[in-house]
Design a protein around this ligand. Structure first.
Ligand code: GDP
Ligand code: MG
Length: 169
C-alpha cells in the first residue's frame, strides 16, 4: 500500500500531540506528559470532494532538543506540519528554522503547513495572523490557525492536507 507520510514538527509544548489527540479522538488534555520518540497515527481524513484519504502522521518529540535526529523522520515525508504557539515568539523563531531545515533536507515536492496553534489564548498572543501568514507566503508554505483546546481549524487543516496530497497521487 502507498504510504502518505506526514510529520509534525515544532518546538516542545507548542501543541503537536494535542492537535493529533483532538483530531483523532476529539479530546483535549490540559497537562500532558511529553512524548518521547515518535508516535504514529493512521488517520482516515475526509476529502472536500467526498471520500476519505489515509494519512500516516508521525508526531515527534525529543527531536525538539536533538534537532540532528529530525531529518530521518521527514526525509521520506510527503507533507510536514510545522507548529508554533502564537503566545511564544521563540516557538515562532524555531518554526522558521524548521521550515528552512525541512526545505534543505526533505523530498523536493514536500508541502509544508505552517500551523499557528493556541489561538484561543487571545490576550497572550504575540505572533499575529499577518506575521505568520506573511512568512508562510514568502516560503511557499500553506498557513493554518488552530486551537487544539477549542477545536478550531483542526479538521480544516487535515482536510487541506488530504486534499493536497491526494491530488498529487
Ligand atoms: P507538544 O510538546 O508540542 O506535543 O505539546 P502538547 O500537545 O504536549 O501541549 C503542550 C501544552 O500546551 C499542554 O499543556 C497542552 O494542554 C497545551 N495546549 C496544546 N494546544 C493548546 C491550545 O490550542 N490552546 C491552549 N490554551 N493550550 C494548548
Ligand atoms: Mg508531544
Amino acid at each position: 500500500m502507498i504510504k502518505h507520510k506526514i510529520v509534525l514538527l515544532g518546538d516542545a509544548s507548542v501543541g503537536k500531540t494535542s492537535i493529533i489527540l483532538r483530531y483523532s479522538k476529539n479530546i483535549f488534555v490540559p497537562f500532558q506528559e511529553s512524548t518521547i520518540g515518535a508516535a504514529f497515527s493512521q488517520l482516515n481524513t475526509p476529502l472536500s470532494k467526498g471520500g476519505t484519504f489515509r494519512l500516516d502522521v508521525w508526531d515527534t518529540a525529543g527531536q525538539e532538543r536533538y534537532a540532528s535526529l529530525a531529518p530521518m523522520y521527514y526525509r521520506d515525508a510527503q507533507g510536514a506540519i510545522i507548529v508554533y504557539d502564537v503566545t511564544s515568539r521563540d516557538s515562532f523563531e524555531r518554526a522558521r528554522e524548521w521550515v528552512r531545515d525541512v526545505k534543505a533536507n526533505a523530498l523536493p515536492d514536500l508541502q509544508i503547513w505552517l500551523c499557528a496553534n493556541k489561538t484561543d489564548l487571545t490576550t497572550q498572543r504575540r505572533i499575529t495572523t499577518d506575521t505568520g501568514s506573511l512568512f508562510a507566503e514568502e516560503t511557499s508554505c500553506k498557513y493554518a490557525e488552530t486551537s487544539a483546546k477549542s477545536n478550531v481549524g483542526i479538521n480544516e487543516l487535515f482536510t487541506s492536507i488530504a486534499d493536497a496530497i491526494s491530488e498529487r497521487c
